[in-house]
Design a protein around this ligand. Sequence first.
Ligand code: ATP
Length: 257
Amino acid sequence: MVVWTVANQKGGVGKTTSTVTIGGLLAQRGHKVLLVDTDPHASLTYYFGIDSEELDNSVFDIFIQGKELRQEQIFQALCPSTIDNLDILPATMALATLDRRLGSQGGMGLILKNALNLIADEYDYVLIDCPPVLGVLMVNALAACDRILMPVQTEALALKGLDRMIRTLQLMKRSQQKDYRYTIIPTMFDKRTKASLEAYKELKRLYSELVWSSVIPVDTKFRDASLQQLPPSVYAPKSRGVFSYNTLLTYLIQLDG
Ligand SMILES: Nc1ncnc2c1ncn2[C@@H]1O[C@H](COP(=O)(O)OP(=O)(O)OP(=O)(O)O)[C@@H](O)[C@H]1O
């Protein structure tokens, strides 16, 4: 099982879109895929038409169970999506209270990693959609993954958010003793604008080979797909945005298997 966490401390950069699109593509390639929503805003959960306020079990219960967690409790929280091979571990707003509840307890950073280990035989790939805030949830999502996928909107302000995220990883590397591997994904690239071109050049200058060598273009089909509650790869398989994510996915599989 390969685990990828999609993270950036800036909001609106394409985290949920990347999670859903890559997840959809993997499922369509025949892999068993789990998408985990760790954002209290539950955007990924709502993306698939799951009403997070109606849920009896969710990621929240997994964190509350902590060390006592059993495999069947995870199965109870899983929701199938409308797509074959694609399941969702949904979020609820209660996740926003976790920092207060768990913040000071030892070992709380490995709850999600341990939970995924319990279901490692069930899935080929797990993608974790992270909140844009550094807290218990992000620490867990980072600890659980083999690679961090960092979508960055190709505009000047977004690069500042990336800088914050990378400094966070450097701090965590020391406290968690984990060498995080990450790939920066330039998103919402608009080749007609100077802002996009400049931002891409700056990304390459600052982070060189850590930046994926291509870009995800601006594509209105992503918004349309979310309105239809379908992964873009299902809603608009021939769109240029999906084409780019497919190329990215092939590259990531080469890196991590
Ligand atoms: N390549 C793209 N082209 C056009 N629109 C896009 C693209 N990627 C994402 N979007 C749109 O931008 C908006 C923000 O994207 P998304 O929700 O994926 O960001 P996010 O980083 O998950 O945000 P948050 O931190 O608030 O959860 C959405 O409306 C989405 O449809």
